[in-house]
Design a protein around this ligand. Structure first.
Ligand SMILES: [Zn+2]
Length: 240
């Protein structure tokens, strides 16, 4: 095969690309963009869980406040009833019991008021906490969206750059028709077409060549591509 030196490397690349394509060598590898997306998604999940726990704590405390307020209303009614009854009662024993009831209600109301104050303080902190958790979720969601875009962009780019059919077509375009035809014929014959010669053995059939075979390859003129005496593959010797 006649082929100028610089194109011999192209022929070898073409042969390698065709062999990789035939082997289904377009294996999916995980990209750094995909890794980053996975991290962002799991962070988003963690923060959403935290935000919903924070919301639940707010809900619980709101219910607690409603309970305290309802108890307080009941006690105030009891206190008022007791005071009304006290106003109409003359029996000393009954008056003492009613006074005791009123006193107990007052003291329970005082307890509830301090519970309520505490609950109000707590709910303030819990709402701040919930708002912070929700804003972290928003940040995480934005990061996930950005990471998804980066993955899509990287996939589009790698499909353009690494589609084997595109790579192969680009290499074939650089080769003269005659050389390409000879290469294809050889590839049909032995499934390799062209391979690297490392100075001792053929990259196509892996045979260590005889001294005379090696000498013949070495003596091939620069603008020609020698063939393996064993398998017929075109041998590229100089890929510098
Ligand atoms: Zn060979």
């Amino acid at each position: 095969m006649k082929l100028e030196q610089p194109l011999q490397k192209v022929l070898l690349d073409l042969s390698t690309a065709l062999r990789a394509q035939a082997a289904g060598g377009n294996a999916k590898t995980t990209s750094p963009e995909q890794d980053a997306l996975d991290v962002a998604v799991s962070e988003q999940t963690r923060l959403r869980d935290a935000a919903s726990a924070a919301q639940m704590a707010v809900d619980d405390m709101e219910n607690e406040i409603l309970r305290i307020q309802s108890d307080e209303r009941k006690l105030r009614r009891r206190k008022k009833d007791g005071q009304d009854a006290l106003g109409a009662e003359t029996d000393e024993n009954r008056r003492r019991d009613l006074s005791h009831d009123v006193y107990t209600a007052k003291s329970r109301i005082a307890d509830l008021m301090s519970e309520l104050q505490e609950a109000h303080n707590e709910i303030h902190a819990l709402r701040n906490n919930r708002d912070l958790a929700q804003s972290r979720v928003k940040d995480a969601e934005r990061k996930v969206a950005e990471a998804r875009e980066a993955v899509a962009e990287a996939e589009a780019k790698s499909q353009e750059a690494e589609d084997p059919a595109v790579v192969i077509a680009a290499l074939e375009e650089q080769l003269p028709d005659a050389a390409l035809a000879e290469f294809r014929a050889q590839r049909l014959e032995n499934g390799v077409g062209a391979a690297l010669f490392n100075g001792r053995s053929c990259g196509g059939c892996a045979m260590v060549l005889s001294a005379s075979g090696i000498a013949e390859i070495r003596n091939t003129p620069k603008g020609e591509v020698p063939q393996c005496p064993e398998c017929g593959s075109y041998l590229i010797t100089d890929i510098s």
